[in-house]
Ligand binder design. Structure first.
Ligand code: FAD
Length: 509
């Protein structure tokens, strides 16, 4: 007899463990299958401030803060036509906290252990071999563990297999990004120099003739540094001719910056190489299945968006599935909304990466204004808006100001102005969205004369329960769902109406 679950997740990286943690903590029955035994090595070490919000949800922020992971206050760029280093700090925008530079073997194990603690059944050294489809619908998997083959069934299957792209390869749905046909070559060095003062812990980005280097401090005790080169198409011929190891060392030696940073350093690991990592799948969902993290798409290592996109979309995927486990009849709408939101985030980072890749010609002001152009017409949040282009750049590279978020905040700011409100509280923002949504639903139902206005919002401030349990698809025809139950605020938080508000809505109908 096959075991049965609500959700089976393939892969225990940041995406798979995030989605499993949340679903399990909401009481869902989740099986996570991971082919490796953790801790296992992985590339992708530099995180973003936006990760904290997800860590809070997963309940691991404290654990991560208590590690010796290097705090990353910002980034230092030797980038563009002017070789003078320039630095940006996340804290310049609304006092955002420092991110972390993480050893991925340790970091990924913390997330996976957390999924176990929250109730997911995690089976390591379990390789998924096949997804079972019945009449086009994914209904389970076949996997191997310790030489045995098992079958497990579930209402939903999540592909979080990372760059293995388990399902994408089978469905032949992977589209490689023609703008990022790059190769990554990297290794680790002990006793590398650190930046000093406020810059200590920054990732350093250094362009060179055929691309750019990352210089990521991973440990202050032995000054362990991850040094990697991203080689753009102009360098691929040289890379082929020299071989990746010689190419890597030659490029370091001829860099205008790295020889001095690595002056007393010793290479302590083999040189690794990877390519074909920039792509997206044509569809991120199908009947009974969902892709998340690198299994769905990945842009490029520049600006370190990978783990942030994997975990925050893991969170979004969890909301989607949690909703569907109760309301399966709206599957297509919910998955479609999930895909739209995911691809919007992905596209924002793709545009931002394209802005950065014009490495030789631009000045830092060009990169800042390029970022600003991505959040047209202008940054809406007033605190962010004061200092313009530079702030737009920092907001975006922190992983925060996604375009859609900004639009909603824009609406909120407009409304706030209209009612002369001078303070911003999380609940107030939430409330506007609740009432917008309710008004929209009332209009959809032809109740044009019934609206809930901002006055009511102010009166009811602080009285909305925020439960973070449901994903709300904003669908053209909302009639199919129990719309009083689930709503979403501008920050992706899912809220549930309190009995008080439900009564209010009922009385207005
Ligand atoms: P993964 O972390 O790859 O996890 C997938 C898991 O699935 C793995 O543990 C794997 O063993 C398992 N798996 C695969 N197939 C199966 C199967 N059949 N059965 C069971 N288990 C399976 N991101 C950043 O945020 N910061 C950076 O600085 C950064 N630098 C990068 C540099 C390079 C060169 C590259 C290529 C990427 C970089 N990234 C970076 C991206 C980052 O590595 C990924 O975005 C991130 O790891 C995605 O997480 P994930 O959970 O989707 O996939």
């Amino acid at each position: 007899m096959a075991e049965t679950y609500d959700v089976i997740v393939i892969g225990g990286g940041p995406a798979g463990s995030s989605i499993s943690t949340l679903l399990s903590s909401w009481g869902r029955n989740v099986l996570l299958l991971e082919k490796e035994k953790f801790p296992r090595e992985h590339i992708g070490e530099s995180l973003l401030p936006a990760n904290w919000k997800v860590f809070d949800r997963l309940g691991v922020s404290e654990k991560i803060r208590n590690t010796s992971f290097v705090p990353k206050p910002g980034g230092t760029f030797i980038w563009g036509k002017d070789r003078t280093p320039w630095t940006v700090y996340f804290g310049e925008v609304n006092g955002l906290p420092a991110a972390r530079q993480v050893k991925r073997d340790v970091f990924d194990k913390i997330l996976l252990d957390n999924a176990k603690e929250k109730g997911a059944k995690v089976k390591e050294q379990s390789v998924v071999k096949e997804i079972i489809f019945e009449e086009n619908r994914a209904t389970g998997v076949i996997y191997e563990n310790g030489g045995q083959t098992y079958e497990a069934k579930a209402k939903y299957v999540v592909d979080a297999s990372g760059q293995d792209k388990f399902l994408g390869k089978k469905l032949k749905s992977i589209e490689y990004n023609p703008d990022f046909k790059n190769v990554a070559v990297w290794s680790y060095w002990e006793n590398g120099k650190q930046l000093e003062g406020h810059d200590k812990g920054n990732v350093i980005y250094i362009t060179f003739e055929h691309g750019w280097f990352w210089y990521i401090p991973l440990d202050f005790d032995n000054n362990l540094i991850s040094v990697g080169a991203i080689v753009t198409p102009s360098g691929r011929k040289v890379l082929r001719e020299k071989g990746f190891e010689k190419f890597y060392l030659d490029a370091i030696n001829s860099s205008d910056t790295l020889p001095s940073l690595l002056e007393n350093a010793k290479q302590v690991a083999n040189i690794k190489v990877t390519k074909d990592y920039s792509y997206r799948n044509t569809n991120l969902f199908g009947e009974g299945w969902l892709m998340v993290g690198d299994a769905a798409c990945f842009v490029d290592p520049i600006l370190s968006s990978g783990v942030m996109l994997a975990t925050s979309n893991g969170m979004m995927g969890a909301y989607a599935l949690n909703t569907l486990l109760d309301e399966p009849n709206i599957e297509n709408d919910v998955f479609k909304r999930y895909e739209e939101m995911y691809i919007r985030n992905y596209n924002t980072f793709t545009a931002l990466c394209n802005n950065m890749y014009d490495t030789q010609k631009k000045s830092k002001e060009d990169y800042f204004s390029g970022a600003r152009n991505l959040v047209q017409p202008k940054l809406a949040h007033e605190k962010v808006d004061q200092t313009g282009d530079r702030q737009a750049f920092i907001s975006l590279i922190s992983g925060l100001n996604q375009k859609d978020t900004e639009k909603v905040i824009n609406n909120f700011m407009e409304k706030r102005k209209k009612i002369g409100s001078t303070h911003t509280t999380f609940n107030e923002e939430t409330m506007f969205m609740v009432f917008d949504h309710i008004n929209q639903n009332l209009r959809d139902e032809g109740k044009d004369n019934t609206t809930i206005n901002s006055e009511t919002v102010i009166e009811l401030d602080n009285r909305v329960e925020i439960k973070n349990e449901y994903f709300v698809p904003v669908i053209p025809n909302a009639n199919k769902m129990n719309k009083k139950r689930v709503l979403k605020n501008p920050f992706g938080d899912i809220i549930q109406l309190s009995p008080l508000l439900e009564n209010l809505v009922e009385s207005l109908k």
